[in-house]
Each structure stands twice: as C-alpha cells, then as structure tokens.
Design a protein around this ligand. Structure first.
Ligand code: MN
Length: 232
C-alpha cells in the first residue's frame, strides 16, 4: 500500500465582493444569549465569555447538504452571527475591535447535543460534541461597511422546513461583537482568516435527514443547508 501525503487544501469561503476568504481558525462563543443560557440549564450572567474551537475544515458553504454525523441521535442547529477577522492583533481594546473585522456572515454551529451534554456533565472537553465534520456552515461573507448590516442590532432567525425555531435580535448578545473580539484577543493573537461564531439564541433543536435549515440575519445573505444521510 502506498500513501500519498498531501497538504490539506485551504478552506476558501465565498464573499459578497467575489473574493475568497481563506479560513484559518474557527472560534465559537458559548452561551451568549440569556434565553439560550437558560434553556441549557445555566444562569445567564456577565461572566467573561468562554470559547471553544473547531477545525477550519468544518466550514462548508451556503447550499451544502451536510451529512448527519456518527454517534448522535440529537444533532442540533444553532443559528449564529459569524465575524470574519481581517487584521491581526492581541489585547485589542473594545473601542478598536471592529477595525479588525473583514466582514460578517450568517452561520450554523451544528452540535451533537447528546455528546456535548455528556461531556459537560462529566467535566470533559466539548470537542466531540462541537467539532464535527461539516458542522460549521457559513453563508456569504459581507464586507464590513458594505450594505445595511450592523453588528449591534438586527433580527437573527432560523427556520426548519419553513417553521421559525429561533428568533432574536443581535442587540440581545450578552457580549457584543466588539467585546468578544477584545476578550478573545487577550487569549490568542487573532489573525486574518479567523472566524468567530458569536453564539446562538434560544430555540435550539434537533434536525433529521431531509430538513431544510435557513439562517437569516438582517442585512446579510441568508444561509441555507439541507441535512443529508449519514456520511459513508
Ligand atoms: Mn454555538
């Protein structure tokens, strides 16, 4: 048997200006809407935000059919605003944080909820619940300042086969985008190509094969994915 060792190809995310955004790392914020924190059995408060990560290769574009993953019977959607970083920095102030943003997109943080909750209860890492093949669908990235989008307010909504399941306003974020960037930059030097999934509103729930999931955020292009059969 011969092995062909090849470098991993870069993940290129489409943008509204036609450029390709090369994805470097994926950071996700936990429990950033109070009503979602409550539905997950936690008290919302303004403790520092917490983060988990996913591989760049979990990012898939709008229109994808995503495989239903292994080892779960409770695969959940989480609609999220995604921030695409365009400028490096660490220990960034809240005031300067938005200067580091390249653009914004609608996204999904798909989650093996059964594995995540089992890990949470046992004090173990969330990786197998959260970092799953094709689990970070990403809509078209809109360049910051283009169009009507503003990160401090605007409706965020998820539909499952046309029925509204999640509906909130970006103004409800416990940690707004600028605060998230500033805090993350105290833990890591953020770099161009990094994506930050900013957390999901209340109303998370399970998908089944054949579901059509749409995430809409005011001022951004909606993201649509279909849940496909298990990966071969
Ligand atoms: Mn999430």
């Amino acid at each position: 048997m011969s092995l062909a060792f090849q470098p991993t190809p870069p993940v290129l995310a489409p943008t509204s200006s036609g450029e390709q955004f090369p994805v470097r790392r994926v950071f996700c914020v936990g429990r950033n809407y109070a009503a979602h924190a409550r539905e997950m059995g936690r008290d919302p408060d303004r403790e520092p935000p917490f983060f988990f990560t996913a591989w760049a290769e979990t990012v898939v574009p709008d229109g994808s059919t995503i495989a239903y993953p292994q080892k779960t019977s409770n695969y959940h959607y989480e609609a999220e605003l995604v921030v695409a970083i365009g400028r490096s920095g660490r220990d960034i102030s809240v005031e300067n944080a938005l200067d580091h943003v390249w653009g914004y997109a609608a996204g999904l943080d798909m989650t093996r909820r059964d594995l995540q909750l089992e890990a949470r209860e046992q004090g173990r890492p969330w990786d197998t619940g959260k970092n799953v093949e094709q689990s970070s669908p990403l809509g078209l990235i809109h360049k910051a300042g283009d169009g009507d989008f503003t990160p401090d307010h605007g409706a965020i909504r998820l539909t499952q086969n046309g029925d509204v399941r999640q509906e909130a306003d970006l103004a409800d974020l416990i940690w707004p985008v600028a605060d998230v960037i500033a805090y993350l930059s105290t833990l890591y030097r953020i770099e161009p190509g990094d994506l930050i999934y900013t957390g999901t509103p209340a109303g998370v729930g399970a998908v089944v094969q054949g579901d059509e999931i749409v995430v809409s955020i005011d001022g951004l292009t909606p993201l649509k994915v279909t849940v496909g059969p298990p990966a071969p």
